[in-house]
Design a protein. Structure first.
Length: 60
């Protein structure tokens, strides 16, 4: 979940004029990034070996 303060910081970085689509894209990106950071902090990640195994399954 994104916080108001994070959203405010991002809006400040925008140019004076921007489209709603650009804003929505940035909000989605920030939310995904925050989610991944939280998962990493919670050690909710997979090892490189597990990742390699998953990738091998994709190409079978």
């Amino acid at each position: 979940m994104i916080t108001k303060s994070a959203l405010k910081k991002q809006i400040e970085k925008f140019p004076e004029e921007f489209t709603i689509d650009e804003l929505v894209e940035r909000i989605i990106f920030i939310e995904k990034l925050e989610s991944r950071i939280q998962k990493s902090s919670d050690n909710d990640t997979i090892s490189e070996e597990q990742l390699d195994e998953e990738i091998q399954k994709w190409f079978r």
